[in-house]
Design a protein around this ligand. Structure first.
Ligand code: KMH
Ligand code: ZN
Length: 275
């Protein structure tokens, strides 16, 4: 069991509208301010989605490169870029995200119904993304929305070998309508199927946020929180901002006697060399 807890903040996502959630960080300035506040609150990594001027998912490589540099300049957070984007983003654009040279990227291990939409991740896309992470030395975080995605992760590693850093780190994304439920029993079952030596974070969408976080900590897992996944802090009480979700996660991690780790410690944890 890891001594500390990696807290990843997913502050924006691709689905919520700024008009509905004014506290969503969608400009570069807002993103950097959020990154700083979340690093101060205990985050070690940030999972980044950008938006364009029309508030749509933006995978423009120049803008992603600028965001990576801006976050690195102001914080020690590991920068993880989403290769998932939004459900309508092209595979080509999602693969090109790696040209922005992040520390880490999300890499979803299978297609899943995503509310009324389909989040498409065929085997060929998974392989292409994975091989590029191996070539570039980027840490892939394997996003698992369902038990079948764990089987695909095994197939990927068996076929193409370990990540460049040698560490296998997954993120259980639970409670998406169409994916695995965000329950303690499901988390324990899925965590038990991960490859030998793998570490994992977990996030529960909506009201599954707390049961998933508490169960993840209980079995040695790490945490992802943020407005991408959770907009309600407690019944009838909207989330104020991303930092308060990180603060709550840090409190839980402290209670579990596995305090939050810094970005520098997160680099070591995921097998990256120090900056
Ligand atoms: N926006 C979802 C369709 C990821 O970042 O890799 C996909 C997603 C996963 O958010
Ligand atoms: Zn995402």
């Amino acid at each position: 069991m890891a001594a500390g807890t990696l807290i990843t903040v997913a502050p924006t996502g691709a689905e919520l509208a700024k008009a509905d959630f004014p506290n969503l960080p969608t400009t570069l300035d807002e993103l950097v301010a959020t990154a700083k506040a979340c690093a101060d609150a205990g985050a070690g990594m940030i999972h980044v989605h950008l938006r364009d001027e029309q508030d749509r998912s933006c995978l423009d490589v120049a803008r992603l490169t600028e965001a990576v540099a801006a976050i690195r300049a102001e914080t020690d957070l590991l920068v993880q870029l989403s290769t998932g984007g939004g459900v309508t983003d092209s595979f080509e654009a999602r693969i090109a995200v790696l040209d922005a040279a992040p520390d880490s990227c999300s890499l979803t291990c299978g297609t899943v119904n995503f509310g009324d939409e389909v989040f498409s991740n065929p085997w060929g896309l998974i392989v292409e993304l994975y091989r590029r992470t191996q070539d570039l030395g980027v840490v892939p975080e394997f996003e698992l929305f369902d038990l079948g995605h764990v089987a695909t992760l095994h197939r990927l590693l068996d076929t193409y070998g370990p990540p460049a850093t040698g560490r296998i780190h997954a993120d259980l994304v639970m409670g998406v309508p169409g994916g695995m439920p965000g329950t303690a029993a499901t988390l324990v079952a899925v965590a038990g199927q991960l490859p030998a030596g793998a570490t994992f974070s977990a996030t529960g969408i909506g009201r599954s946020a707390l049961p998933v976080a508490l169960t993840a900590l209980a079995v040695g897992g790490h945490l992802r929180v943020g407005l991408e996944d959770t907009v309600t802090f407690a019944k009838g009480r909207p989330v104020k901002d991303n930092a308060e979700l990180v603060e709550r996660a840090a409190t839980l991690a402290d209670l579990a006697q596995r305090p939050p780790i810094t970005g520098a410690a997160a680099r070591e944890f995921l097998g990256l060399s120090p900056l």
